[in-house]
Design a protein around this ligand. Sequence first.
Ligand code: ATP
Ligand code: MG
Length: 440
Amino acid sequence: MRLSRYFMPILKENPKEAEIVSHRLMLRSGMIRQQSQGIYSWLPLGKRVLDKVNGIIREEQNRAGAIELSMPTLQSAELWQESGRYDAYGKEMLRIRDRQDRPMLYGPTNEEMVTDIFRSYVKSYKSLPLNLYHIQLKFRDEIRPRFGTMRSREFMMKDAYSFDLTKDEAVHSYNKMFAAYLRTFDRLGLRAIPMRADTGPIGGNHSHEFIILADTGESEVFCHKSFLERAVPPVDVNFDDVAAMQAIFDEWTADYAATSEMHDEAAYAAMPEDAQISARGIEVGHIFYFGTKYSEPMGAKVQGPDGKEHLVHMGSYGIGPTRLVPAIIEASHDENGIVWPESVAPFDAVIINMKAGDGACDNACETLYTSLSKAGKDVLLDDTDDRAGTKFAMADLIGIPYQIIVGPRSVAAGEVEVKQRKTGARETMTIEAALNRFAG
Ligand code: ATP
Ligand code: MG
């Protein structure tokens, strides 16, 4: 992408409405724009990051055996009347009437709809286990939308729904998502800690919120420091291995970790003092086994091996991509701007032409830009005629992991300078070496 032809509306001033650093940096770097309260456009730079986040989520869901589909945002009220949630949901649900005066709603979640899809097609236990997911916009009329896309009214969710014949099989499905979540957040450059969450009338211990520690988080959390170091499941972990999945769950739930709602002061105090972490956190995911809560009122049954009909056991598994983007920034920034982990950076590298219009600089930039683009890299070429200082500040602000700096003096020697955003380390190398380094 050539910056001169791109759309990246950088703000010079710090936006006053932004209370936390991620919101400020997302507005300043032209990633998002508020359209009305709690409703945002994702501008091109932000959209790139969001797509990368969703790409990682999708890969890990698929790896764990979940299957992607796409359900609509607008739902008919009838389905929600069947489950009893149309009346129970309250003011967070945006209720709409169509031209025939039929009650509709903008989905805050999709349990009812996916259960309807399931019951329409699946009749036998032989089709199980089944886990269906989509990445789709949701609407919740939050009482206090704030912090940009961290808590918005329209937001994106990856929501998966598992269907199993028995509770034991549903627990395996739960454990698979648990392991997939550990891998997903790790690949996003985050340390997310699974914390026990309320299971309400369902009981048991199969509800976990995945929390990132951050001073600006809305939840008060308590955990053992062991979570900061623990290794996540490897890429070749076998999701079909019931015992292996259970072992991962057991390992990651052995030490204490809870939000304030579930806090057990005595259990926390029983840990050695130097192992105690009391902090604030951001909820980026939530997984939940809820048994037959929806299959029962909605009649989602399959024929079992015994020839009888059985209500299916279900679980749901949410991740908030539009919350994850600011959460990543909260975890990774410095006084000059965002520091993207390489896995989600909007561009792999930015080529900074220090003297646009200078033949040698322009040529070197073109060579780098076309070769790296051909090699499939996402590169931004700063070909504007801004001052060098402005270009450096912009490159730091938008957090691209590598800056390839092309100036008249180094180019005369056939060289460029490469700066790593995260460490600030600079290295001079030949143009060819830079190509080899980044095209690989
Ligand atoms: P919270 O407690 O933060 O209100 P929740 O418990 O209502 O969230 P879930 O229903 O568990 O949220 O939704 C799954 C995921 O969707 C959350 O873990 C979060 O990442 C994301 N999410 C929920 N509400 C919002 C929101 N208003 N804005 C952005 N992301 C959200
Ligand atoms: Mg939740």
